[in-house]
Design a protein around this ligand. Structure first.
Ligand code: ADP
Length: 190
C-alpha cells in the first residue's frame, strides 16, 4: 500500500504512522523525523532545515522534494510506504505525482486524521514540555497551525476530488484512533 497521512501538527500523525506502517509491513517515512535526525547530527541539510523549522516555517520545496525523492528510491519502499508530513503544499503534491509516475506507481489512499483545533494546540504545548522540542514554543506552534491551515489543509480537497481521501476521527485514546485507522484500511483492502 502507498499511503499519505494528512493532519495538522499535533494530530498524532507520527504515532499513528508508525503503528500503521508496522501493521502494513511498509516503512513510515516522516519528513519531520528526517529533518530532526539531520538537525541533531549537524549535517548541512540539518543546519539549513533548522533555520526554517525553528520558526515554524516550511523548509523550501526543492530541499524537501529532493530528500523525499532520494528516500523513495530506496529498495525498502518497493513494497509500499506511508508518507507522514509530505506533501505539505500543492506544489509538493505535483512533485510527488511526478515522482510516483516516474516509479510507475501511484497512491492507494490519503488518510486524513481529523481533530479539534483547540485540543491540538493543547496537545502540542504538553508535548513541548515533555520532549523539549526546540521547534515547539507557543508562538511557533501557532504559526505552524496557520501554515497548516493555509498550505496543507487545501490538499484534503485535492485528494478528495481524486477519490483518494479517507477521513478518520483522530480524537480520543491513541489505541482507539489506531483501531479506527485499521478499520478504514481494511475497508480499503477489501
Ligand atoms: P509536526 O510536528 O508539525 O507534525 P513534523 O514533525 O512533520 O511536524 O515536521 C517538523 C517540521 O519540519 C515542520 O514544521 C516543517 O518546518 C518541516 N517539514 C516537515 N515536512 C515538511 C515538508 N513536507 N515541507 C516543508 N517542510 C517540512
Amino acid at each position: 500500500m502507498r499511503l499519505v497521512l494528512l493532519g495538522p501538527p499535533g494530530a498524532g500523525k507520527g504515532t499513528q504512522a508508525k503503528r500503521l506502517a508496522d501493521r502494513l509491513g511498509v516503512p513510515a517515512i516522516s519528513t519531520g523525523d528526517i529533518f530532526r535526525a539531520n538537525i541533531s547530527q549537524g549535517t548541512p541539510l540539518g543546519v539549513l532545515a533548522q533555520s526554517y523549522t525553528r520558526a515554524g516555517k516550511l523548509v523550501p520545496d526543492e530541499v524537501t522534494n529532493d530528500m523525499v525523492k532520494a528516500r523513495l528510491a530506496e529498495p525498502d519502499v518497493e513494497s509500499g510506504f506511508l508518507l507522514d508530513g509530505y506533501p505539505r503544499n500543492a506544489a509538493q503534491v505535483t512533485t510527488l505525482d511526478g515522482m510516483l509516475a516516474d516509479l510507475g506507481t501511484g497512491l492507494d489512499a490519503v488518510v486524513e486524521l481529523t481533530v479539534d483545533h483547540e485540543e491540538v494546540v493543547a496537545r502540542l504545548l504538553k508535548r513541548a514540555q515533555i520532549e523539549g522540542r526546540d521547534d515547539d514554543t507557543e508562538e511557533v506552534i501557532r504559526h505552524r497551525q496557520d501554515v497548516y491551515r493555509n498550505e496543507t489543509a487545501p490538499l484534503v480537497e485535492i485528494y478528495r476530488e481524486r477519490g483518494l481521501l479517507v477521513a478518520v476521527d483522530g480524537m480520543g485514546e491513541v489505541d482507539v484512533v489506531t483501531s479506527r485507522l485499521a478499520d478504514a484500511l481494511s475497508a480499503l483492502e477489501a
